[in-house]
Write a protein that binds this ligand. Structure first.
Ligand code: PLP
Length: 379
């Protein structure tokens, strides 16, 4: 008897960047120009990005992590200082403080927005606190007015981790990244705008421009002689090839962000009746999420690992996302963190599941993910 071929279901990946002819042309132009780094694309990308988020200045860097490091230095964080931050983030936001021998001090998160809870942050401030490092997690803006009030009361600096939040708006209409204090964006391949690897620091103080530009380039001032360096620096430069990719995407940023928001809306409908599954909090009070990922919270009794496996068997990628930073082995060993310290974060981290999410996702793909998730949870 002839065997019937059973085709595997189409794989739906977690993320997939959409780059096209404009990016190809922009990169080719740089390759042909022969100026692959520190060329004209750098300033062009910085100016375009600053304008996009309403910031007076921007400095492009090699990654979001590099940007966080330079931004913390720029607000004066150094050895022995404490930086109050969220334990519900990608590990880089806490690690950045450690690069300067400062200590990340965690405070619990708001159960709805999943961002640093300003009251918990206030309780975590000590005489050693030098800065607050809120994270706009999953692209939802943190409560900056409350955190700014806390910072000005206690004389603290602020660095915003906006790596996931391009396109987000605060309740007062300010774009995330445009409030004046350093805010850091990331351009890794899964981000709203990607240069493969890359990042951007936005800020208002012109003195920071000189400092950050110098520190990303081995401590060399723009007007200094060749190989003369007047301070400690790093190689955190972003190449002109990467900047060209970024410029091309800036030109269609609104459409790229709208496409993500549309996919999120499709998910909201497709998952509305899946019992017990909590969706990302809707925009509130004028604040607007810059859609980065679509992360749901599974019911407490659900077997999340089993769901990930079941989805994978059906061709749907998913990921427990994000794990609590304080419970990672390095942080437990280094700082003695234990379960129970930040109960909201721990509960959310134990239930979060990132579903496939990218701008070109079709309604049929969203429906398939929703159906497979329903099946995996037995709903
Ligand atoms: C919240 C957050 N902070 C920091 C980073 C670090 O950015 P990068 O990977 O560009 O260094 C990321 C992204 O991966 C992130 O999601």
């Amino acid at each position: 008897m002839a065997q019937q071929a059973v085709s595997a279901p189409e794989l739906i990946p977690l993320a997939r960047p959409v780059l096209g002819d404009a990016e190809e042309r922009a990169v080719l132009e740089v390759l042909r120009s022969g100026q692959l780094s520190l060329g004209p694309r750098l300033q062009e990308f910085e100016r375009g990005f600053a304008a996009a988020v309403g910031a007076p200045h921007a400095s492009a860097v090699s990654s979001g992590t590099a940007g966080l490091h330079l931004a913390l230095r720029a607000v004066g964080v150094g050895e022995g200082d404490e930086v109050v931050t969220s334990p519900f983030s990608f590990v880089a936001s806490a690690n950045a403080a450690l690069y300067e021998r400062a200590r990340p001090v965690f405070a619990d998160i708001d159960p709805l927005t999943l961002n640093l809870d300003p009251q918990a942050a206030a309780a975590a401030v000590s005489a050693r606190t030098r800065a607050l490092l809120p994270v706009h997690v999953f692209g939802y803006p943190a409560d900056m007015p409350a955190l700014e009030q806390l910072a000005s009361r206690d004389g603290l600096g602020i660095v915003e981790d906006a790596c996931e939040a391009l396109g987000a708006l605060h309740a007062d209409g300010t774009p995330v990244g445009g409030r004046g204090h350093p805010a850091v964006f990331g351009f890794y391949a899964n981000k709203q705008l990607t240069t493969g690897e890359g990042g951007m620091v936005t800020f208002a103080d012109p003195a920071l421009k000189e400092r950050i530009d110098s520190e990303r380039n081995q401590g060399r001032a723009p007007d200094m002689g060749w190989l003369d360096h007047d301070r400690l620096g790093f190689n955190y430069r972003l190449s002109d090839i990467a900047c060209a990719l970024g410029i091309a995407q800036l030109q269609r940023l609104a459409a790229m962000l709208a496409a993500r928001a549309h996919v999120a809306e499709l998910y909201r409908h497709a998952l509305a009746d899946v019992e017990g599954v909590q969706l990302p909090c809707p925009d509130r009070g004028g604040a607007q999420r810059g859609w980065f990922v679509f992360v749901v919270q599974l019911p407490r009794e659900a077997d999340r690992d089993g769901a990930v496996r079941a989805l994978a068997e059906r061709g749907v990628q998913s990921k427990p996302y994000l794990p609590a930073i304080h419970l990672m082995s390095f942080y437990r060993e280094r700082f003695g963190h234990r379960p129970g310290e930040f109960p909201v974060c721990e509960d959310v981290a134990a239930r979060s599941l990132a579903l496939p999410f990218f701008p070109a996702m079709t309604e049929a793909q969203v429906a398939r993910v929703a159906g497979e998730l329903r099946g995996a949870l037995g709903r």
